[in-house]
Design a protein around this ligand. Structure first.
Ligand code: ATP
Ligand code: MG
Length: 459
């Protein structure tokens, strides 16, 4: 046997029964985005490495150790598989001068890549859906985005998702806070771990984000940024909170919430749950008023969020909120080859009415294919027999398959009834009606009735 090739570690296949859930969630999010008038934007998965180094900040975890960067051997370009999408969205907005016509509300979905240690809820290829509002300065847009995400959890029926909120203020306010922070940690240098010592002068704010339990007390008592915010920043933050409160959206102020990228200012937020182990953040976002300028655009404010599709789906599944998998409306039973062409023509008409139809067809194992392909294989068997694909299976075995498919109906193309110009529609579950003969000459009439009954829409 030839050796098998397996997927790259931390990068998952999404198999059909799960992919069905993905499509369902994506459709829900798309509809939500449209209700809030956000438009879809699709950017490349590969971007110039400089985009992320400049956009996310050189001393962030992502840029320091998580990026899949490589040189294009054909032309020497330095490229990176995107670890997040905001930088790419901003690049596209600047490149196409999209804010020229006015502010933009955008959303995206797709794979992201980070070289992290794979574990539950943390993968090397993972997926985000995100929304970005560019060109808006007011706190009402921060609130709009938070309401949108909150509305998504609500419409999915998710329980136990909490909103954490903070304000990072403006660069000048952060600088003053940073000086106070460095002075404080200098005083307690002996209590800092290796990571924090390294960050003390490069990115002291990130020390506040430490997960080291031994440093929690120290970090809790550190100077708080909120105490350094000026009147404008406070008014912005308070307006966001007022809108959330008016909408009965509960939130917890978390002065230690700093987020992993350098580009944030003013409002930052995360939706967290304690039901996913240590990977409990399902969605994160905030305002990034200086990123557009930093990436070469005309200065313009912006705010956005992204949620992790894998984590949200895991939560949906663990709370029993996932819809039933894909089930056909009709399973077509065709016991003999002679009826097959007419049967397939009928099924095409049913599908045109929006019905989901699965046709019975015998499976063949790969080893049987290999045997058949061997020279002399068929002549070796004594009696000449019809090829395997002609043996469609008995009526009984096909009905069994129909039952196992969970389809509410079987449509049976028996030789005798087809001769009479009819086909049998057999109810397989309780409550979907009797066994009936349907005319083959007038498929669209009864197909329309089925379409209504099963809630399908035609093309
Ligand atoms: P974490 O603190 O869990 O590392 P993060 O702050 O790095 O998250 P963001 O960059 O804000 O995450 O991305 C937004 C969301 O994308 C996260 O809240 C999470 O749901 C999801 N996410 C981030 N990294 C991964 C990953 N490696 N695997 C799966 N989902 C992820
Ligand atoms: Mg991370």
């Amino acid at each position: 046997m030839t050796e098998k090739i397996t997927a790259v570690k931390g990068m998952n296949d999404i198999l059909p029964q799960d992919a069905y859930l993905w499509e369902w969630l994506e459709a829900r999010v798309r509809s939500l985005m449209q209700r809030y008038a956000y438009q879809n934007l699709r950017t490349p998965i590969v971007e110039p490495s400089a985009l992320f180094v400049r956009g996310l900040g050189e001393v962030t975890d992502i840029v320091e150790k998580e990026m899949y960067s490589f040189e294009d051997r054909l032309n020497g370009e330095q490229l990176t598989l995107r670890p997040e999408a905001t930088a790419g969205v901003v690049r596209a907005v600047v490149q196409h001068n999209m804010l020229y016509e006015g502010p933009k509300r955008l959303y995206y979905t797709g794979p992201m890549f980070r070289h992290e240690r794979p574990q539950r809820g943390r993968y090397r290829q993972f997926h985000q859906m995100g929304a970005e509002a560019l060109g808006f300065a007011g706190p009402q847009i921060d609130a709009e985005l938070i309401l949108m995400a909150h509305g998504l959890w609500q419409s999915l029926g998710l329980q136990g998702v909490e909103l954490e909120l903070n304000s990072l203020g403006q660069p000048k306010e952060r600088l003053e806070h940073r000086q106070a922070l460095v002075a404080y940690f200098e005083l307690h240098k002996g209590e800092l771990d290796e990571d924090s010592l390294r960050r003390l002068h490069t990115n002291p704010l990130r020390i506040l984000d430490t997960k080291n339990p031994q440093m929690q007390e120290l970090v809790n008592a550190a100077p708080r940024l909120i105490d350094f915010l000026g009147a404008d920043s406070m008014a912005h933050f308070e307006t966001v909170q007022a809108i959330l409160s008016a909408n009965s959206v509960a939130y917890r102020l978390n002065p230690r919430l700093v987020r992993g990228m350098d580009y944030y200012n003013l409002t930052v937020f995360e939706f967290v749950t304690d039901q996913l182990g240590s990977q409990g953040t399902i969605c994160g976002g905030g305002r990034y008023d200086y990123l557009i300028e930093q990436l070469g655009g005309k200065p313009a404010p912006a705010v956005g969020w992204a949620f992790g599709v894998e984590r949200v789906l895991e939560l949906i599944k663990s709370q029993g909120l996932a819809p039933q998998g894909q089930v056909p409306d009709i399973y077509a039973v065709v016991p003999e080859m002679a009826q097959l062409p007419l049967a397939m023509k009928t099924l095409v008409s049913l599908r045109a009415q929006g019905l989901h139809v699965q046709m019975h067809s015998p499976g063949q194992s790969a080893s049987a294919v290999a045997v058949a392909a061997e020279p002399g294989a068929s002549s070796a068997s004594s009696a000449p027999s019809e090829p395997a694909w002609m043996q469609l299976g008995s009526m009984k075995s096909q009905i069994k398959k129909a039952d196992a498919s969970l389809a509410p109906y079987a449509l049976i193309f028996g030789a005798q009834e087809v001769l009479e110009g009819q086909v049998t529609l057999k109810a397989l579950r309780d409550g979907v009606g009797e066994q009936r003969k349907m005319p083959l000459g007038d498929v669209s009439t009864w197909a329309k009735a089925l379409q209504c009954e099963l809630n399908r829409t035609a093309d």
